[in-house]
Design a protein. Structure first.
Length: 155
């Protein structure tokens, strides 16, 4: 009888946790995951230490070190992030042109030939946006250029 009650309580707790998980934001889930890993590592190190395996406990704490340091040092989780260097995203290329896009440039962006009809423009735009949309891992800049090219050609 006690196992039935414990099972029902476990099921209710699990369902409540899944409900909260489904409504949580990504940053909250990420933070929770970091805390679970950190506490699990500390508990593992304590268990190893108290069972006479101090060397393994120290190794576990060393592996947990970068996570702890990211919270302690300035610019960690609580402080402002500072980038040490910014890689050149387009090496060997000039910066993208600003301002209005010409019709020829719009055709080149969409990969179309001069004289393409509206249907071909829409099809090329849709095909490229499926790959370049920021929601599917694409670039904001590239998606905006594809949209701008469509707007120039469709007028």
């Amino acid at each position: 009888m006690i196992f039935l009650i414990l099972g029902i309580v476990s099921l209710v707790v699990l369902m409540a946790a899944l409900g909260m998980f489904s409504k949580a934001q990504v940053t909250t889930i990420k933070s929770f995951g970091i805390w679970v890993v950190a506490l699990g590592g500390i508990l593992l190190a304590a268990m190893l230490f108290f069972t006479g395996r101090g060397g393994s406990a120290i190794a576990a704490l060393i592996m947990l070190g970068p996570l702890v340091w990211s919270w302690i040092l300035p610019g960690g989780r609580g402080g402002p992030r500072q980038t040490r260097f910014r890689p050149n995203i387009n090496p060997g290329r000039a910066a993208p042109a600003r301002g209005a896009m010409s019709r020829e440039e719009a055709l080149a962006v969409l990969g179309l030939q001069p004289g393409a009809d509206a249907e071909a423009i829409r099809a090329a735009h849709l095909r490229l946006m499926r790959m370049a949309h920021p929601d599917s891992g694409g670039s904001d800049w590239l998606a905006s250029r594809i949209n701008q090219a469509r707007d120039v050609l469709l007028g």
